[in-house]
Write a protein that binds this ligand. Structure first.
Ligand SMILES: Cc1ncc(COP(=O)(O)O)c(C=O)c1O
Length: 349
């Protein structure tokens, strides 16, 4: 097995600057639970980037960030509208529903993105006491299918949601990949687009268990209490905050996200060359590649043969769909080696 895989960006290593930030923060005793200079500095940095007084809460996992965010953004009687491919639906072991107590209202979407047209085509039964009330719109950027919402698309969704009195949550587990793909800053696709609460995901982009929930809407109250009772208040928060600050400094995180995206683009190019060369059966991408995730159809016997040499996940086993993901530390030679190994496996079946 090679040392690198395209299974997940969670397989990747920690970026040296992030590791250094942990080392730099590893001196003297400081107050715990976020009452420290590193977390204050992160708050100041994010507030400056957003040009507003934001509240920033360092948390440990992307699932935790989502649970805290939707709980904070929703009334007890609310429900969360999200893509049918949403992470909260299929990938959190039900955490967002179990822990927030909020039902999820999935909306079908072939590319993981919601549109105002799709939302308007649904009768939400507003005010009907028997139906879960749609109070919170949750989107992810990048989406779970690697596609990317533009600022205009988010703004249109936010306008729709706000006109109905709903809050907008953005799951930013891969926000750096989205910012790189859009070539824009954090403010453009969050507060400028009407997002009320969002996460800055660092773990998949060079950090070690570090995400931040950012509350941009001052009407969202009590997030600090919610963070605690949902077990996402790290006692040694300084080490989480320091990691995120390291990625925000000098746009390091966007640079790493850009590299991961470029490696995915290279992967698609190499696969397309191979597919066009007739040396293998034609390949079918199932999603447009817009960030660091590549989805494609692979016959099960070929996927099994290739798995003897590398690791990757089925996305939809019944549809023979697999997912390959590049990371901040994926090199060009990793991509070449991966494609060569894929060609060899194709010739074996
Ligand atoms: C879009 C999205 N949101 C949230 C998460 C959750 O992250 P974690 O595994 O750290 O809980 C992931 C991780 O795969 C994700 O892809």
């Amino acid at each position: 097995m090679p040392e690198t895989h395209l299974a997940s960006d969670n397989y990747a290593t920690i970026h040296p600057a992030v590791l250094q930030a942990i080392i730099d923060a590893n001196r003297s005793h400081v107050p715990s639970y976020g009452d420290d200079a590193y977390t204050s500095a992160l708050n100041a940095t994010v507030s400056e980037m957003l040009e507003m007084k934001a509240q920033v809460f360092p948390v440990l996992t992307g699932t935790g960030a989502n649970v805290v965010s939707v709980t904070a953004a929703s009334p007890r009687w609310g429900a969360i509208v999200t893509s049918g491919h949403g992470h909260m639906i299929g990938d959190e072991g039900g955490a967002s529903v179990r822990l927030s107590g909020l039902p999820l209202l999935p909306v079908a979407s072939a590319d993981g993105k919601l549109t105002v047209d799709a939302l308007e085509a649904i009768d939400w039964h507003d005010g009907f006491v028997h139906t879960p009330q749609a109070t919170t719109l949750s989107i992810a950027n990048t989406t779970e299918l690697g596609t990317v919402y533009t600022q205009e698309e988010i703004r249109a969704l936010a306008e729709w949601a706000h006109s109905r009195g709903m809050m907008v949550h953005l799951d930013g587990a891969r926000i750096f990949n989205a910012l790189a793909a859009l070539d824009c800053d954090l403010k453009a696709v969050t507060v400028d687009a009407g997002v009320d609460i969002f996460s800055i995901g660092a773990t998949k982009n060079g950090a070690l268990a570090a995400e931040a929930v950012v509350v941009a809407n001052p009407h969202i109250l009590g997030t600090e209490y919610i963070q605690k009772y949902l077990m996402q208040l790290p006692s040694k928060a300084r080490f989480v905050s320091a990691q995120i600050s390291a990625l925000l400094a000098d746009d390091l995180g966007i640079g790493l996200g850009r590299h991961a995206n470029e490696m995915a683009a290279l992967l698609v190019d190499r696969l397309t060359e191979l597919s066009n060369s007739s040396r293998i059966d034609p390949l079918e991408l199932t999603q447009k590649r817009e960030s660091n995730q590549v989805f494609l159809r692979l016959p099960a016997h070929l996927a099994d043969a290739f798995r003897a040499t590398t690791r990757f996940y089925d996305w939809d086993a019944l549809a023979n769909e697999v997912r390959w993901v590049t990371s901040w530390d994926t090199s060009m030679s990793d991509v070449d080696g991966f494609v060569d190994a894929f060609e060899k496996a194709s010739h074996q079946v």
